[in-house]
Design a protein around this ligand. Structure first.
Ligand code: M6R
Length: 607
């Protein structure tokens, strides 16, 4: 999730405006920054790795001439956060500059083709294919706009782009597919940006660019077309009344709920990971003597769920271990045959890194799954995968949890394929289901929003909650408990449902809230028995069920439905969602700030 900005001004200097706008977009990414402007037919570029303030101190981002320009603040997806990978990227002759937010899935194949035609690439990014494609098209005699349009037809994946060229120096060409892009209409100035935040102090008149649309911006006008049929689109600016802070949250009151709503997009992005790295990691896992899944907090819950996935799909036994316990629990057993798959959103969690460090010193193989390119975890892993969720600002992990599980499920499927453990047809069915998850999550969020609010009103005074699930759903229950505790400060207990009768059931008395995670899977029959046990003791039953599960509905006081049917192994990705919403609204109802729970930090860098 990078931030892009562009401005075409009748008068004045573009660079200081770009710099200030990128600062407002910094929450979208902050590992490198760059700008391009044009003056007197010359395209000027400044870019470097590092935070905007540091880069500005070193190379003065305001000091670029010209009244038209584009800029970018980066959250690395392809290619580490080095100067050469910072945007803007250019063609061979430095005549076309492009900034991009998104992921180009088929960049390797396009790059190979363009290299064959003599194009020279400088970076490791997916983005760089875009200026070279445009260059190739312009060589054939196309105008800038035609060349951009034709290039876009070659791309699969997600993008919001802004293109600047000294061949047609008065224009910025922008386009989007899935990644956001808005146009700002000012007095004798036109802007484009990843979100309204960027230009809000300059204008509040905005035009949203829709998927599949391209727009040409000049200082005094903007025009929009549909990329496919090239029909012009007429769209008048609308006046927004947001403050900058509201705009950063895209109108949501908190980052946490914005991030809950972002999950379908993030999950779609996990379906665009590079096959090369998924296959490589799957090969390491397949060949491992023994596999330890090491993580903290929410990432540990993803590992717990993953242990069911690897066992069920790939017949691979893995040990999920809480990072801070790893050395004591498993330390002496680690050796050259051990493989550690460390999972960490930030890639900087001290407990996880300490476990990894220890294992490295005992010659174990380190694999990493993280959301932060360039993080310590990426630097010390033999192979790493970046889950592509974009920055998560809310302290509570939400979108990064569901994305971690999507990546881990894809990995388990690949190991399964290598091992030939399950039938071809079943693999295909599972792959189909993985692809359906973003839509199912989207529908789940919408379906439960008002229901959750209703349940929160009824249960807000309950002092304790109990979360139960069987099989892989016991990981969902653990994660739901963590969310409610850390955000709403409600003491909560989570257990595998079968274990509840071995002790914690003694807590239950009339009205005690027990949340059951019950997908329609193999554990269902037994979980119905567990629900009955709790009901017999007067518990108030709240269930998360597959839509239309009348039996469990009839046993529940409250229920949240997940539309569509998922194989057991994928259910945590959707079934956690209403429980994230529950935690969020419970916190809000109690007057707490869910983005900044007390005593917590987003990344825990102390042991
Ligand atoms: O960055 P990491 O995934 O390594 O972070 C691990 C935990 O600190 C993190 O998941 C924490 O538990 C969150 N507060 C959960 O919402």
């Amino acid at each position: 999730m990078c931030g892009i900005f562009g401005c075409a001004l009748k008068n004045g200097k573009a660079a200081p405006l770009i710099h200030a706008a990128l600062k407002r977009l910094e929450y979208r990414g902050y590992d490198s920054v760059g700008e391009a402007t044009i003056q007197n037919g010359i395209l000027n570029i400044k870019k470097d790795q590092g935070k905007i303030d540091d880069v500005h101190k070193a190379i003065d981002l305001d000091n670029l001439p010209g009244n038209i320009g584009i800029g970018h603040t980066r959250w690395a997806t392809h290619g580490a956060p080095y100067q050469v990978n910072a945007h803007p990227h250019t063609d061979c002759e430095n005549k076309i500059a492009v900034v991009h937010n998104g992921i180009i899935e088929n960049f390797s194949e396009i790059k190979k083709e363009l290299e064959g035609l003599g194009h020279e690439f400088r970076s490791k990014t997916d983005t760089e294919v875009i200026p070279h494609l445009i260059e190739e098209n312009m060589k054939k005699g196309m105008s800038l706009v035609e060349a951009v349009r034709d290039s876009l037809k070659r791309l699969s994946g997600s993008y919001a782009i802004a293109v600047l060229s000294n061949i047609e120096p008065d224009k910025i060409v922008v386009a989007r597919n899935e990644s956001p892009l808005v146009i700002g209409v000012g007095e004798e100035a036109t802007y484009c940006a990843s979100d309204i935040t960027a230009f809000l102090p300059l204008t509040n008149r905005t035009v949203i660019l829709e998927n599949g649309e391209l727009s040409v911006l000049e200082a005094d006008k903007y025009e929009i077309w549909n990329i496919d049929d090239w029909k012009p689109v007429k769209r008048e600016p609308e006046q927004v009344t947001w403050t900058t802070e509201m705009a950063q949250k895209q109108g949501y009151p908190h980052f946490m709920i914005k991030e809950i709503y972002e999950q379908p997009r993030c999950l779609r992005d996990t379906l665009r990971l590079q096959d090369l790295y998924l296959d490589l990691m799957a090969t390491f896992l397949d060949r491992a003597g023994e596999v330890f899944l090491v993580a903290a907090g929410t990432s540990y819950h993803a590992c717990l769920a993953a242990s069911y996935m690897f066992s069920d799909l790939a017949f691979l036994a893995t040990h999920p271990v809480i990072a801070s316990e790893f050395i004591e629990q498993e330390g002496m057993a680690i050796n050259i045959n051990s493989t550690i798959l460390a999972v960490s959103q930030s890639g900087e969690t001290a407990d996880t890194l300490a476990a990894v460090d220890y294992a490295r010193n005992r010659a174990a193989t380190i694999l990493g799954l993280t959301n932060a390119v360039g993080s310590t975890l990426t630097r010390i892993s033999r192979v790493y995968i970046v889950q592509q969720s974009g920055p998560e600002i809310g302290v509570a992990a939400t979108k990064t949890f569901t994305s971690q599980m999507s990546v881990l499920a894809q990995l388990a499927l690949r190991v399964s394929k290598i091992r030939g453990k399950i039938g071809h047809r079943q693999i295909e069915e599972l792959e189909k289901s993985v692809n359906q998850i973003p839509d199912i999550v989207e529908a789940t969020i919408k379906k439960n929003e008002s229901k959750v609010l209703d349940v929160v009103k009824k249960l807000k005074k309950k002092p304790v909650f109990f979360f139960l699930g069987r099989g892989i759903s016991s990981a969902t229950a653990q994660e739901a408990r963590l969310k409610l505790m850390e955000i709403a400060y409600v003491p909560s207990i989570a257990y595998p449902a079968g274990e509840s009768k071995h002790g914690p059931i003694s807590l239950v008395e009339p009205g005690f809230p027990v949340v059951f995670v019950c997908p329609r899977d193999e554990t269902r029959k037994t979980i119905v028995g567990n629900i009955m046990e709790m009901k017999a003791r007067g518990a108030s039953i709240i269930s998360v069920i597959e839509e239309g599960d009348e039996e469990i509905k009839s046993l529940s006081d409250e229920y949240f439905e997940v539309p569509g049917s998922l194989p057991e192994i994928l259910t945590p990705i959707a079934f956690i969602v209403p429980l994230q919403q529950l935690a969020y609204y419970m916190a809000v109802e109690k007057g707490l700030n869910p983005d900044m729970p007390r005593n917590l930090a987003k990344s825990v860098t102390v042991k």
